[in-house]
Design a protein around this ligand. Structure first.
Ligand SMILES: NC(=O)c1ccc[n+]([C@@H]2O[C@H](COP(=O)([O-])OP(=O)(O)OC[C@H]3O[C@@H](n4cnc5c(N)ncnc54)[C@H](OP(=O)(O)O)[C@@H]3O)[C@@H](O)[C@H]2O)c1
Length: 211
């Protein structure tokens, strides 16, 4: 049996698919799904799945460390949902770093971050810059291995309507290769596989490689 893996953002499009991919993996890892509201998360019970109520603002107050070998982080919001750039950064930067630090303190060795195509700390685009900054900060924390996935537009069934994503999907056939949308399930499968594979150092997997 593989070492345990935590999934942050486990209730999202990629996160949920990643929990499924991990539970279906031949390595049979124990999976800890971190959710702010476990009751609303509605995961089907599984003998290797633990759903852990997680307050990302108060990780230091959680009883006991998070003892996993690897973390897949698919946390994220949109500026529209969050309401402001600062509120967006709180989730996509601050919460990501908080869980990365918390798991590292508990002995985790591999952090798998679902970032985004175009992530670049020097970018003039706020979203890309935020993603680039969090990538850079995670890379500097001291993990033995960091794997960064940079998907393009995610395809998959959401419980909510996102206008930008719907428009982009319709015109997906016009989008050139490097920027072409990618199935969330494919991103999740790559993230799960990476979390369970032996790894060392920093690795970046671009969207075209995920597809
Ligand atoms: N959407 C795209 O086309 C796209 C493209 C490229 C990269 N990405 C990136 O890929 C990653 C995964 O995307 P996704 O579409 O799978 O995300 P998603 O479906 O929106 O899920 C986001 C996850 O983050 C959690 N979350 C959001 N705000 C939170 C908060 N304030 N406190 C605690 N948890 C919070 C959500 O929990 P709840 O369920 O409790 O809300 C959910 O588990 C994100 O980092 C995203 O930026 C997305």
């Amino acid at each position: 049996m593989s070492s345990p893996v935590a999934v942050a953002g486990a209730t999202g499009l990629v996160g949920r698919a990643c929990v499924s991919a991990l539970l279906g993996h031949a390595g049979q890892p124990r999976v800890i799904a971190l959710a702010r509201d476990p009751a609303a998360a509605a995961f089907a019970p599984h003998p290797r799945l633990q759903v852990l109520a997680t307050d990302f603002d108060r990780l230091g107050e959680h009883p006991g460390p998070l003892t996993v070998d690897a973390v897949v982080c698919a946390l994220g919001t949109t500026i529209g949902k969050a309401g402001s750039q600062a509120a967006f950064r709180r989730v996509d930067v601050d919460y990501v770093l908080a869980i990365a630090r918390h798991a590292l303190a508990g002995g985790a060795r591999h952090f798998v971050l679902v970032s985004a195509l175009g992530a670049d700390p020097q970018s003039r685009v706020f979203y890309n810059r935020s993603k680039g900054e969090v990538e850079q900060a995670v890379g500097a924390l001291g993990y033995a291995a960091v794997t960064i996935l940079r998907p393009s537009l995610l395809l998959g069934e959401r419980g909510e309507f996102r206008l930008g994503e719907e428009v982009a999907k319709r015109f997906a056939w016009l989008i050139p290769g490097r920027y072409a949308p990618v199935q969330a399930a494919a991103v999740a499968a790559v993230a799960a596989g990476a979390a369970l594979a032996p790894a060392q150092g920093l690795r970046v997997i671009e969207s075209s490689a995920i597809r």
